[in-house]
Design a protein around this ligand. Structure first.
Ligand SMILES: Cc1cc2nc3c(=O)[nH]c(=O)nc-3n(C[C@H](O)[C@H](O)[C@H](O)COP(=O)(O)OP(=O)(O)OC[C@H]3O[C@@H](n4cnc5c(N)ncnc54)[C@H](O)[C@@H]3O)c2cc1C
Length: 420
């Protein structure tokens, strides 16, 4: 086992780190001023200016095309990106996680990353020309509409949105919520999951269809808040689809293949979140340490009260353990494929947000009243992080998969010794 990073791994990570230090972090105040002035749902100029620089520097679309062992021999294929491996991307994503608007600057932010992978893996040439190209050039943005308020959506077979074939069209009716990204005025397309055949087998009832957001019958009824934060200009909407007609060629991969696409989409998407989460934890431990070193209480620096040594040490241990698990999962995805890495992906999906939440909570505690205010970004980061314990699948669902694999090792034992 060799933990040394390759030249290519450090090459991209270091360039991303330097770009963030030189071009993004110094413009945080400018970003905040633009984000908070006037209209909430708008394009933020400083992000666009940084995007141009990132694109010119070749720091763009790192994950494209998804590294799946396929190589493109077709010179006319215009949908090429940097094609980092998951491991290489992990190191870059950790850096991006340190500033909450950084990943968009590199055109590597959710849900577009996952959606671009879906277009790339499953889209037809026409679908790619119409949607993937503009997404890769950051001319438009996209959304992924799966979750519904009426049903427990962590079980995708519960989804009720109906997609009924009518001649050359599908007619979509349903209500979605937590549709991330629909607040952005450039959000032009949604990948919608619904049911095309309720009489088919349980996992073959679902399809994914590309729905232009300006199609008649699509209404964003409201934007949701996360512990009071609106996450503008990206946002999370509740979207109603009433008799929305989309041409049959908008179906992805084929009728009844929606469940399969959902499984494929969430693997890499999950790991991207985990990688950024480690970056968030790094910024939290840094903020905590600096604060503890700079304040005095009861006659000594707060850092010198032993309880804080314990908390800082635990935070550092947890970050290191989590990073190793994340890199292991990414490496397995590269070497053995997403399916073989399923358990590692499940483990890191549970471990990373819980680890970061604890460190953010300690950092908030270290800051006293300041910690819960808008001055230190910790409360905002905690609120956003909290959602990752159920977004992309709740902890319980992933733990169930991990536990079943563990019990599975001892299946014979149970058969040999009946329960007493
Ligand atoms: C900020 C944010 C952004 C999001 N973005 C998107 C998006 O872009 N597109 C999209 O489609 N969705 C999105 N979601 C929705 C998210 O994916 C869902 O909230 C998640 O899948 C859970 O579904 P649910 O809310 O219906 O909860 P439910 O399915 O009702 O589950 C509720 C709870 O039940 C428990 N539970 C569920 N299954 C089990 C089990 N097997 N064993 C034990 N307990 C269980 C868990 O504790 C779970 O949290 C987003 C959510 C948030 C908060």
């Amino acid at each position: 086992m060799d933990f040394t990073l390759s030249e290519r791994e450090t090459y991209f990570r270091d360039r991303v780190r330097a770009f963030i230090d030189q071009e993004i972090r110094p413009r945080q105040a400018e970003h905040d001023a633009q984000a908070h002035a006037g209209e909430r749902w708008k394009v933020i100029p400083v992000i666009e200016a940084c995007k141009e620089k990132a694109k010119a520097a070749g720091l763009w679309n790192f994950f494209m095309p998804p590294n799946s062992g396929q190589t493109h021999v077709d010179d006319t294929f215009p949908f090429e990106g940097t094609q980092l491996t998951n491991l290489e991307y992990a190191l870059c994503a950790e850096e991006m996680g340190k500033v909450d608007w950084a990943s968009e600057v590199f055109n590597c932010s959710a849900p577009d990353t996952g959606n671009m992978e879906v277009f790339h893996r499953y889209g037809t040439r026409d679908q790619k020309e119409r949607w993937l190209g503009p997404l890769m050039r950051a001319e438009i943005r996209s959304a992924f509409l799966m979750t519904e308020p009426a049903v427990a959506s962590s079980d995708a077979t519960n989804i009720e949105t109906s997609m009924i074939r009518d001649g050359d069209h599908y007619v979509i009716n349903g209500r979605k919520w937590w549709s991330s990204g629909v607040g952005d005025p450039r959000c032009k397309v949604a990948i919608v999951m619904g049911k095309t055949d309720t009489s088919a087998k349980r996992h073959a009832q679902q399809s994914m269809i590309l729905m232009p957001m300006d199609a008649p019958g699509v209404t964003i009824e409201r934007m949701l808040s996360v512990y009071g934060y609106d996450h503008a200009p990206h946002g999370h909407g509740e979207v109603v689809m009433k008799d929305v007609r989309v041409p049959v060629e908008n179906v992805l991969l084929g009728e009844g293949r929606g469940f399969e696409i959902a499984q494929g989409r969430l693997g890499p998407g999950r790991i991207h979140h985990c990688m950024r989460t480690i970056g968030v934890a790094e910024t939290a431990i840094e903020a905590m340490a600096k604060r503890l070193l700079s304040r005095v209480a009861f006659g000594k620096r707060i850092a010198d009260h032993s309880v804080w040594e314990q908390r800082i040490a635990k935070a550092r241990i947890d970050i290191e353990m989590t990073r190793l698990l994340c890199l292991k999962a990414a490496d397995m995805m590269d070497k053995a494929g997403n399916k073989s890495a399923q358990l590692e992906i499940a483990m890191i999906k549970v471990a990373a947000p819980n680890m970061a939440l604890q460190i953010l909570d300690d950092a908030i505690q270290a800051h006293g009243g300041g910690g819960v205010s808008q001055d230190f970004h910790l409360a905002h980061a905690w609120a956003a992080m909290r959602t990752l314990r159920f977004a992309d699948g709740p902890d319980e669902v992933h733990n169930r998969a991990i536990a079943r694999a563990e019990f599975g090792k001892y299946g014979d034992y149970a058969a040999e010794r009946p329960v007493r």
